[in-house]
Design a protein around this ligand. Sequence first.
Ligand SMILES: CC(C)(COP(=O)(O)OP(=O)(O)OC[C@H]1O[C@@H](n2cnc3c(N)ncnc32)[C@H](O)[C@@H]1OP(=O)(O)O)[C@@H](O)C(=O)NCCC(=O)NCCS
Length: 405
Amino acid sequence: MGYEVRACSSAAELGEALRPVWHYFGRTMPTDADVARVARVLPVERMHGAWEDGRAIGGAGAFPFELTVPGGRVRAAGVTVVGVLPTHRRRGVLRAMMRAQLDDCHRRGETVAYLWATEDTIYGRFGYGIGSFTGEIELAREGSAYAGPAGRAGQSRLVGLDEAEPLVSPVYERVAVDTPGMFARTSAWWQARVLTDPEWRRAGGGDLRCIVMDLDGRPAAYALYRVNFASDRGIPTGAVDVVEALGDSPEATRAIWRFLLDIDWTARLKAHLLPVDHPLRLLLAEPRRLRFSLRDGLWVRLVDVGGALAARSYLSPDAVVVEVADAFCPWNEGRWRVGPSGVERTRDEAELRCDVTALGSVYLGGFTWAQLARGFRVEELRAGALARADGLFRTPAAPWCPEIF
Ligand SMILES: CC(C)(COP(=O)(O)OP(=O)(O)OC[C@H]1O[C@@H](n2cnc3c(N)ncnc32)[C@H](O)[C@@H]1OP(=O)(O)O)[C@@H](O)C(=O)NCCC(=O)NCCS
């Protein structure tokens, strides 16, 4: 094949293996500062390169995450910075890197891999199923009244990005530990990825601001946002652009969004990467004005079907037998009995039959088995098995990841 796929062994190699995806960011090479920033959160050995004559023609990384799944957390690979130079596209380089990466995850005991896809046709062939949808809103301020009372306003303060971490990270963690799709953020992640405001991320917008809101004397909500100022003959036309807004209770969530919606001298509020069941849809008197639009969110791959399924909780006592096909990771193939008392291989007759991608779709609770059946993604071999599986896999809230990694 003319190239060799292997993990990086130095920061210099990491920089070289980032080069292919940087091409698509419109840059020739990552700068030393770019590489240092990535290296704070991506161990060099978690970056695979496709090497030809000492240069990387492709690269693919995997953040070592602790991912929240229904009822717990699992070690998971957050797949990132995947790219193949346009000079080498469609020669199987991505396929070779996916092979090496998934084998590596399997060896490391990471039961799940997941990612945000640039295009939704790329990753299904490698066993990733669409695991969540995410929403985007654009709300004119004059249509932003709540249906009921706004509740307590909370005590809010603007804090510098350099002092925000101890205030906001506990709020994030309280939400993340209960929200399938979110991962535990390390201090390095906060500093290198979240509480930072490089020029390229602003895309011409205002500075990244952080507001912390106290309820009952302690931080209960925060928002990271930009004010993108614009006006037309003195009338505001600009927007508050919400990067991330979290509250650790329904009351705190209601209060932080009211705060954001009430920022003067702006015409609109924009936010993206919201969960499909975001409370604003019921808080607002006129939810239509959210102009809520959907796109695919997380794509989820069960690297070790038995381990991944055993790591989540199930809400009903009735087990179901699922026959799984997995052409790319054949160690997962076969029949699995799934239930609250365990997940094990079985010789019993299968009740549902599906590809591993379907498991990725139901794993975090983003889809029901009934929905998969209506999309011809699962076959019901015994009447009632779909309903039984939905009783098991049911989750109280939609999965959510508030950032693209
Ligand atoms: C997407 C990308 C990584 C594909 O790399 P590649 O080396 O050309 O892919 P491969 O040759 O290994 O293709 C493997 C399979 O995926 C398919 N494929 C690859 N890119 C695809 C795309 N953009 N859309 C649909 N199918 C795609 C190929 O047709 C091939 O199909 P096959 O298994 O049926 O033969 C590369 O085009 C790229 O770097 N794109 C820009 C950056 C990007 O989108 N990165 C992904 C970040 S999530």
